[in-house]
Structure formats: C-alpha cells, structure tokens
Design a protein around this ligand. Structure first.
Ligand code: ADP
Ligand code: ASP
Ligand code: MG
Length: 438
C-alpha cells in the first residue's frame, strides 16, 4: 500500500462544515495516512484567522492588556467544531494551560503554534488517528534553519511506528529546546518535511482553489488551472507571489522526487495541479506556465560611464548594502548602469543613508530612485530558447501604456521579471495573461 501525506490549509479547517469535507476526503483513501493541519482560517473574508488571534493575544500581553476577550473567541471557535462534529475530546485543560502560559509571557512562536496544536488534537480524536507533536520530530539548527538529518531520521523513526497519525503544521523544536514556528503559511513546509521523512508516494496539499492557477484569481477573472508544473517553475511562481503554496515547500520533496498535488477541498474531483521534476523535453514551446507578482519594491538605478570595465565596482556597491544589513532581489546591469531592486521591508528607513554611501563609495555619475515598484514574473519552461516571447510580453504592456522600469531574464530562461509602477500592477498582469492565454 502506498503512503500519502495530506496537508489541509486554514480555510479547509475553518469550521465544522469544512472539517466534514476534510474527514470525507481522508476516509475516501486508505493511503492518506499522515495528516498535517493548519490552524483554522477565516470562515468569511472579514474574519481573523486563529493564528492572527493568537498573535494578537501575544501583542496584548506585551502591552499589559488582558487577553480574556480575544482568547474566548479562540475557545469558541474550537468548541463549535468539537460540538458540531461530536468529537470526544476535552479541550478545557489545554485551553487553561495555554491561556496561563500566554498570559505569563510565553514567546510569540509558542503562542502562534497553539492554533495548529489544538486543531491537531481535535482531528486526531475525530479520525481515530494517533497524535504526534512536531516538537518531537522537527528540529531547527542554531541558524534557525531545518536540521535536515536529525529531522529526517526522527520523522522516519517515529512516524513509521504509527500507521496513521495527525501531525500539526507550522512548528517544531528550536536549537534551544523551545518551540519555533516556520514563516507564515509554513504548514505547507511541515507537510513536505513529513512526506520526505516517511518516503511518501505523494504529498497532497488541500486548499480552497483547484490547484495552482495561471494567475492570482484575485487579479485575473477565472484564470486557467495549471495541470502539471515542475518544482523549479513552482518555486519561481510561489516566491513571486502565487502564495497558494509556500515557496520553500518544494525543497524536501524535490530531493526525494516526491510529487506534490494541489487539490481543492471544496471540489475534490477537480484534477488540481501536479508538481514534478523537470520533465526534460518541452513539447509546448512558446507557451507560458504562469504569472505572479509582488508589490512594495524600490529600484535604485546607478549610472557611471564605463562601469562595465571597472574592476570591483559591483563589489563596492553591494558592500554598501551588506554594511547596512540589506539584501537585494535583483541586480540587472547594462554597459553604464546597474539597477538594485530591493524589497521595501528590507530598506526600512535606510534608503537615504544607503544613497549617501553609494555616492561616496561608488561615485556614480547619477543615482535615480524609483519607489512604489511592483515586480511581475512570467514563468514557463516552454519559454526557454523561444524567440519572440519577450517581444510579445513588451507589446502587451506597451498597448496598455505601461512603463517598464526594469527587465531581468534569469539565465535559466524560464523566467522574465519586469518592474512596473505599483498602480499598473493589476493591469500589467491582466495584459500579459490576455496576450499569452486568451
Ligand atoms: P491555505 O489556507 O489552504 O494554505 P492559502 O490562502 O495560503 O490557502 O492559499 C490559497 C489562496 O492563494 C487562494 O485562495 C488564492 O486566493 C491565492 N492565490 C494567489 N495566487 C494564486 C495562484 N496563482 N493560484 C492559485 N491561488 C492563488
Ligand atoms: N497558521 C499559520 C499561518 O496562518 C501557518 C499556515 O497556515 O500554514 O500562517
Ligand atoms: Mg497557505
């Protein structure tokens, strides 16, 4: 019998009705042995996720504000599920313990992790599966990265003793023995680590859309689903904003060649998206796989005559960023220009200082700063070595009068990234989508 690891996202576990669907999906296939849940998400758009409420509790404690009201909302959401699905579990001792610890100043990571912990207990009781705490099997090293060897050995050793188990997503054990969470959306990564650890045949990631779509459905009306995509393409799209799955998810499964399926909890019969290794031959040249984008970047353009012949110029420029503790996203260059594309979250209030230091250290002829930029990636293995793709993309944007501030084509040729004004973001994605898909 094969082994499937199944991860369910927050919307799939948002209430009793969603959990009924999840239970049906799990019970429909004997191979769905290991279940990784996220904390319950939003039932309606205006609501807050359990994880957000937990972070709010932590913030309240920092400000000496009582958490009773917020914590009661959390309690009620779990109790609604337990009552409605008739789960035989007593959560009260857990609520008491968690509330006491949060009120007593527990860390943000501990606090946030309790959303997954509690729903894990509920699901295990509902399904009759064993509960395995990821704190005992997922380990981070002293740099805050996953300790792959230890985690793999422990997930394998511990989980294969259980024929069926629920393992909460989003957290593990830090180097200092305390709870540590992954970045937001990180239950996707937990699922991937578990799939690797148990040598799963497939990692199913269940969410609220029928797979990875060719563009964000909040930007393009009814985008087409992607049937098959390679790990590399997925990483590019996920990193650039297709946040249906966390971009770091692919690393554990890719090494072992475990395929990932993205499926829709609300429409389980839809085919979804299959993520696989590079398939080698590309039969559909000239096509794109998907488009994704992110806002909130600043582009600094540095101009200096004969910059291309000057030894060490790039190093001097980048050392200004290094000294200021800032990383950059892209650095396209021309004969006399270099552009630095930097996420605003990196820049903080350091922009003026960085510009001053670039002027004194690198003596450019001119420096231009473009704030409010958005990056858009057009990705596809079918684009590689196909002439005319870039021209088609630029024509589509030109027709809509969209100004392109930056162009960067990865050397793998599966990705063209452009920088546009934030105000043009949606229009640009729609224009590219129409040019290539409709
Ligand atoms: P989950 O709670 O299941 O982890 P997420 O909210 O993290 O789900 O991710 C699913 C959401 O990702 C979708 O509802 C959709 O709005 C958004 N999304 C953004 N870009 C894409 C894309 N290219 N394809 C599919 N969904 C996307
Ligand atoms: N619950 C966490 C979050 O909201 C992790 C996850 O959903 O994957 O970010
Ligand atoms: Mg998610």
């Amino acid at each position: 019998m094969g082994i499937k690891v199944v991860k369910f996202g927050g919307t799939s576990l948002a209430d009793a009705n969603q959990i009924r669907k999840v239970q049906k999906i799990i019970c429909a296939d004997e191979e769905r042995c290991y279940v990784v849940p996220s904390a319950p998400g939003k039932r309606i758009a205006s609501e807050r996720k359990i994880t957000d409420l937990l972070y709010l509790c932590h913030a309240h404690v920092q400000q000496n504000v009582p958490i009773d009201e917020v914590f009661q909302i959390i309690i009620d959401r779990y109790l609604d599920i337990v009552r409605d699905r008739d789960v035989s579990i007593d959560l009260e001792p857990h609520f008491d313990d968690i509330k006491k610890k949060i009120s007593g100043g527990a860390s943000a990571d501990y606090t946030a992790s309790r959303g997954e912990f509690l729903i894990g207990l509920v699901l295990a009781a509902l399904l009759g599966y064993d509960f395995v705490d990821p704190f005992e099997i997922i380990f981070f090293n002293k740099y805050g990265k996953i300790d792959i060897e230890r985690t793999q050995a422990e997930t394998n050793r511990r989980l294969l003793k259980h024929r069926k188990a629920v393992i909460p997503g989003f957290y593990g054990c830090a180097h200092d023995g305390k709870i540590k969470t992954f970045p937001r959306g990180g239950s996707d990564i937990t699922g991937s680590i578990i799939a690797r650890g148990v040598h799963a045949d497939v990692y199913e990631n269940w969410t609220d859309v029928s797979g990875l779509l060719m563009a964000d459905p909040n930007v393009v009306d009814n985008p087409r689903p992607i049937n098959t995509i390679t790990y590399r393409e997925l990483r590019e799209l996920a990193y650039m904003g297709a946040n249906v799955i966390h971009d770091e998810t692919i690393f554990p499964v890719r090494e072992a060649g475990i395929p990932v399926k993205i499926k829709n909890t609300n429409r389980p019969d839809d085919p979804g998206t299959l993520i696989v290794r590079d398939t080698g031959t590309v039969t559909h040249t000239g096509t794109i796989t998907g488009i994704a984008g992110r806002k909130n970047f600043t582009i600094i353009v540095i101009e200096r005559a004969f910059l291309n012949t000057e030894i060490g110029y790039g190093r001097r420029l980048l050392s200004v960023l290094e000294v200021n503790g800032v990383s950059f996203e892209h650095m396209p260059s021309g004969i006399d220009t270099i552009s630095l594309v930097i996420a605003d979250s990196q820049l903080d209030n350091k922009l003026d200082k960085i510009i001053q230091e670039i002027k004194s250290e690198c003596m450019p002829d001119s420096t231009e700063v473009y704030p409010n930029m958005a990056l858009i990636a057009t990705v596809g293995r079918g684009m590689a070595f196909t002439p005319g793709i870039a021209a088609k993309l630029f024509d589509a944007l030109g027709e809509k009068n969209i100004n392109i501030r930056m162009i960067d084509q990865g050397s793998s040729e599966i990705n063209i990234i452009i920088g546009v004004e934030t105000d043009d973001f949606e229009l640009a994605i729609q224009a590219i989508y129409s040019a290539f898909v409709e």
